[in-house]
Write a new protein. Structure first.
Length: 287
């Protein structure tokens, strides 16, 4: 009976942790003096341009000074953290002209250019499987065909200029430097013995590429679940992967689920609990 109570208490604690998503999601948006989106044109905006609606990433140790647009503080399992103009207007009180936008379809490898992307920071408090969806914002009649790349880390330099190609190979977006239309552009392979991290684009130093998702459908969506991520800092780079350069507005949603415990582990635990119970009964009889 005693062992059953312990298992019941453990189960209740686990259930309460998994159900802790009742709290409100916490997304902070980067705005200018009028409440619109802070400058992010040609790399001129920085992390300190304007202000943040719910706390600046600088307060959480961000030093890269890149013109990021939002910060998602993910505290709980199974919450859906919405990042959108509608969310910013409803919860953060931004101006009515606030939008999330990435122009010119600059994520795709044939025309990649960093200054046109939109950048989001993720502070993941819990380890688990992180699901990300980026889609065209239909409320703004968007024709956006999104692509996104996820990195671990928030960068290691104070450089803020993103005016360079970066994604000629979506599977290794840190490799190309220079004009992607030039077949002689320099390529750096992190797996090469001759790789020198000091030769990476300044904006990408201190980042480790994890993966990406993309669609070529105008007005579509891109989704991916990244499994077994540790708690920590992550960087999401968002851009267009289509052909329509009008109304390139997006919204995103993020959620994290706990890594499922394998059934064999539960069976092993049950067996151990049973053996303990048998041992206790034998001890009681012999006494």
């Amino acid at each position: 009976m005693f062992q059953f109570k312990k298992l019941a208490i453990a189960g209740a604690v686990a259930a309460s942790l998994l159900g802790a998503g009742a709290a409100q999601a916490h997304v902070s948006y980067h705005i200018d003096a009028s409440g619109g989106q802070a400058p992010n044109v040609n790399g001129t905006g920085t992390i300190t341009t304007g202000s943040w609606t719910g706390g600046s990433p600088v307060d959480k140790g961000y030093i890269a000074n890149l013109p990021t647009t939002w910060l998602a503080n993910i505290h709980h399992y199974n919450d859906v953290y919405e990042v959108s103009a509608a969310d910013a207007k409803t919860k953060a009180g931004v101006a009515q002209n606030f939008v999330l936008e990435s122009t010119g379809n600059r994520w795709k490898s044939s025309s990649s250019w960093g200054n046109a992307l939109d950048y989001g920071l993720i502070d993941l408090d819990v380890a688990g499987n992180l699901s990300i969806t980026v889609e065209a914002d239909s409320s703004l009649n968007s024709t956006f065909a999104p692509g996104f790349s996820l990195f671990s880390g928030w960068g290691s330099t104070t450089h803020g200029n993103k005016h360079q190609a970066w994604n000629a190979n979506p599977d290794a977006p840190s490799s190309p430097i220079g004009n992607v239309s030039n077949p002689n552009h320099v390529s750096y392979n992190p797996n090469s013995l001759s790789f020198n991290p000091d030769q990476l684009p300044l904006a990408m130093r201190g980042l480790e590429f994890i993966g990406y998702a993309a669609t070529t459908t105008d007005g579509g969506s891109a989704s991916k679940t990244f499994n077994n991520l540790a708690a920590g800092k992550y960087f999401l780079w968002i851009g267009g992967n289509g052909s329509n350069n009008s109304n390139e507005f997006y919204k995103a949603s993020l959620s994290v689920a706990p890594v499922p415990v394998p059934g064999a582990v539960w069976l092993f635990g049950t067996a151990i609990a049973g053996m303990i119970g048998i041992g206790r009964r034998k001890s009681a009889i012999s006494a």
